[in-house]
Design a protein around this ligand. Sequence first.
Ligand code: HEM
Length: 175
Amino acid sequence: MVLATAQPPTRETTTPIESGPISGFRLPKVDPYPETMRMNVTVREPNQPRTVYEMVGGMEFFEDLTRRFYLRIEEDEVLRPMHPKDLAVSQRKNALFLAQYWGGPATYSEQRGHPRLRARHMPFPIDKEARDRWFRLMKESVEESEIPEAARTAMVDYFEKASLTMINQGDTATS
Ligand code: HEM
């Protein structure tokens, strides 16, 4: 269908599309929220999870994930020395950050401000080896979790990319 005029709409020619003809054509009524968009954007089926945070079971999952991850850090000869003596504090910060990132409450930012993760990691010498170790431990922690496969894949993908951006030493440093 060719619209009669290719002119940009002016005050005179602009008519709400629900209500009438434009230059002799009656446009179909447009549903601003078609069925195909409803599932993804605003309205969901009742009881359907809305965010990854909800899909995996909320804060309890992120507490558990980070607990298992820091048990692995505890054993890692490269990563352990970078961390403070009390890993419980690191664990808590990470749990809150990840919960917030995946759609949960913004407690991390309320307590710690903007994440600025790359900047916060600058004091630690993160080369490719440290990154690979960190990513492997996190990947193992995610993969052993009993959560929907889609959430597992999304998290592993995210950690793979995010951990690369923390490298600040050596050839592959991004700064
Ligand atoms: C690439 C390898 C990485 C290493 C070696 C590493 C190491 C560290 C270390 C030593 C700390 C300080 C511990 C503390 O503040 O208690 C830290 C803090 C933190 N890391 Fe990492 N990290 C890495 C990647 C990541 C990634 C990919 C994320 C998130 C996706 C992340 C999230 C955090 C958060 C949220 C904190 C706490 C920041 C704060 O002080 O509020 N880290 N990390």
